[in-house]
Design a protein around this ligand. Structure first.
Ligand code: NAD
Length: 262
């Protein structure tokens, strides 16, 4: 049998994707339904969720949920909705993140913006992961979680509320991977580079610094997301971070070598 065919078991597996209304979350949610996986499309924007569900490869497998994940009461509402619609969620992707505004530099970012960024990127990620893990442990079911982190977990972005939240999320992946491994629950990080999705307005000149020569697309992230989420493909992988950046993170002040004599 092919190693890579049928990465999921749609009879027993179901997914929840936050931030599924746009960008990378939407591309991953679409890819999951394309593999036959029933998937909750969760997002704060009703308009975006409706459009994402309608555009899914198999809309009949896509279940919309609209709510603000910066609010604690929304977390239980989402879990209750997921349980009612799908039964047990085995695969969880956390891609939701509030908008990154360049104006919110260290001396401008206000308390509410700081709080919302942390609440969505860290608090919701932890609470949802832990509660989903509790359900999986109770039924001795394996699970796979994927957190969208960032290269800015390790390098500044001039947005301290954003970079610190991604650094915290990066550590959360490692903490939970260590705690949950014995229950067959894997948790990993997907680390995008410069991806022209809703949250990032790319200056085309940036591609000069990317070894693969172009800004990324949300769809560039989906195949790696599926591979890492799949228990069949990545069953022995946990606590890892997968960088999908066209080589952007190799950039420094040295230009690439001149290779004219090849
Ligand atoms: N695009 C990039 O270059 C890039 C780079 C590194 C990391 N990332 C990370 O990848 C993820 C997706 O990025 P993207 O560019 O696709 O973002 P995006 O802005 O296109 O999508 C994020 C989605 O999250 C939703 N959202 C925002 N606040 C929410 C809330 N309070 N409750 C529920 N949903 C909410 C938005 O409505 C949106 O649909 C994010 O976590 C981001 O930090 C992206």
């Amino acid at each position: 049998m092919s190693l890579l065919s049928n990465p999921f078991d749609p009879t027993h597996e179901a997914a929840l994707v936050t931030g599924a209304g746009n960008g990378i979350g939407r591309a991953i949610a679409h890819a999951l339904t394309g593999e036959g996986v029933r998937t909750i499309f969760a997002d704060v924007s009703a308009e975006r969720v409706t459009a994402a569900v309608e555009a899914a490869p198999r809309p009949e497998l896509a279940v919309p949920w609209v709510g603000d994940l910066a609010r604690r009461d929304a977390w239980d509402a989402l879990l209750t909705h997921a349980q009612a619609a799908l039964g047990q969620v085995t695969h969880f992707v956390h891609s939701a993140s509030p908008p990154r505004r360049e104006a919110d530099h260290a001396f401008a970012v206000d308390a509410d913006t700081w709080e919302a960024m942390r609440a969505v990127n860290v608090d919701a990620a932890f609470y949802l992961s832990r509660e989903l893990a509790r359900q999986l442990i109770a039924t001795k079911t394996p699970g796979s979680f994927l957190m969208l982190t960032s290269l800015h977990a390790g390098t500044p972005r001039n947005l301290p509320h954003y970079s610190t939240s991604k650094a915290a999320l990066t550590m959360m992946v490692k903490e939970l991977a260590k705690s949950l491994g014995r229950f067959g629950i894997r948790i990993n990080a997907l680390v995008p580079g410069a991806i022209a999705a809703g949250g990032f307005v790319a200056d085309a000149s940036l591609s000069r610094h990317i070894p693969l020569g172009r800004i990324g697309k949300a769809e560039d992230l989906a195949p790696m997301a599926l591979a890492v989420l799949s228990n069949r493909i990545s069953g022995y992988v946990t606590g890892a971070a997968f960088v999908v950046d066209g080589g952007l993170s190799l950039t420094n002040w040295f230009d690439p070598p001149v290779l004219d004599d090849l």
